[in-house]
Design a protein around this ligand. Sequence first.
Ligand SMILES: C[S@@+](CC[C@H](N)C(=O)[O-])C[C@H]1O[C@@H](n2cnc3c(N)ncnc32)[C@H](O)[C@@H]1O
Length: 203
Amino acid sequence: MSAETPAERFSGYYATQPPWDIGRPQEAFVAACDLIGPRVLDAGCGTGDLAIWLAGRGHAVTGVDFLAGPIEIARAKAQAAGVVANFLEMDALAIGEIPETFDAVTDCGLFHTFDDARRSAYVAALTRLLEPGARVFILCFSPAEPGEHGPRRVSEAELRAAFAVGWDVEAIEPARFEVVPGVPGAEFTPGGAHAWFVRVRRT
Ligand SMILES: C[S@@+](CC[C@H](N)C(=O)[O-])C[C@H]1O[C@@H](n2cnc3c(N)ncnc32)[C@H](O)[C@@H]1O
């Protein structure tokens, strides 16, 4: 029997209510919004709440997700909100090929889904995509979240190692990853899973 692929696993979550799909941007990104540059790529955008919020603030936003379902929902939500945002169905490991210039990549819950090989490929894609001065903002689970349920916990040392070459690690700060209370898969610390909010700058 073949193992479930990441796309199959995420499709399963989107078949019901995904625990992370809270209907608004995570607070960590809201608090950091003044540092997020005008042209943004939201990697692993899901149903688009962060991308749409940023677009509503005047950013030029492209959201990328490898699943067609959440991308369709994101497009419908943007239209309903009356904001312009570009949503693409594509693998985040391929973003290095996008022939556009971005000031920032936002990553809310994508980085921590990757195994070691995909993590390296993703950072390589970010390195190819972004020019010096551009920033990446990541919200990922931290080892402070107890247990093993949910995404892999990422240590501070792993984050520093991932961005050791070609990047300045500006901040790795404790944060919370809010979830929809009571839905299956949302059994984390009340108030939100313990997380890191990471800011790195391309050198
Ligand atoms: C934890 S969810 C977060 C979604 C969204 N950022 C949010 O905060 O609601 C991770 C998202 O990344 C997407 N994803 C996972 N691996 C991906 C990949 N390799 N390329 C593009 N999207 C991916 C999933 O489909 C899912 O929508």
